[in-house]
Design a protein around this ligand. Structure first.
Ligand SMILES: [Zn+2]
Length: 177
């Protein structure tokens, strides 16, 4: 059996192992060693360190997945919010909607009263304007609550993904709880 001279990666003690061996135990410090062959070079690695490295790679993969999921969620939300808001960058404030609706309502009422007093066609115009003001308020408030619900859903999902990421970054902390 052909052997190769090696050093324990843990304590540095020399050891001889078979050329084809993949694992060895150090006779000096009893460390569990993996034997790596890279071209002509042969070296040992303490198995504990391999496990640590594998764990950190897994954490990295999970962190990347979280990042990708957040990106996808943000993109979806951007699309959804544009659909709800139309051209506006932010949803209209509730009192702005009521104020505008109220103004249109008053204008419609004035036109109605004027029409009733003078027997003009502004009766129809007044009624139409009043109806429009009511629809404006209903649509505005409905749209706002639709937006708020969608935003709450988005925030909850985002928090969920972030918590998953934090759990992955500190597995020790999660176990300790
Ligand atoms: Zn050793």
């Amino acid at each position: 059996m052909k052997t190769v001279p090696l050093n324990c990666n843990h304590c540095g003690a020399p050891l001889r192992v078979s050329e084809t061996a993949r694992f060895a135990t150090c006779a000096h410090c009893h460390a569990q060693l993996a034997i790596h062959h890279e071209g002509a070079a042969v070296f040992t690695e303490v198995l504990g360190e391999i496990a640590e490295r594998t764990q950190s790679i897994e954490a990295e993969v999970r962190a990347l997945r979280v990042e990708r999921d957040l990106e996808r969620l943000d993109k979806e939300w951007e699309k959804e919010r544009r659909e709800i808001l139309g051209g506006a960058r932010t949803p209209p404030k509730r009192h702005d909607t009521l104020l505008l609706g109220g103004l249109v309502f008053c204008f419609g009422t004035a036109a109605l009263i004027y029409g009733l007093a003078r027997g003009r066609e502004s009766v129809a115009f007044g009624l139409l304007t009043i109806g429009t003001s009511v629809l404006m308020v209903l649509f505005g408030l409905g749209n706002k609550s639709l937006y708020e619900e969608a935003e709450a859903r988005y925030s909850a999902r985002r928090r969920g993904i972030q918590e998953r990421g934090q759990g992955a970054a500190a597995p020790g902390k999660v176990q300790a709880r």
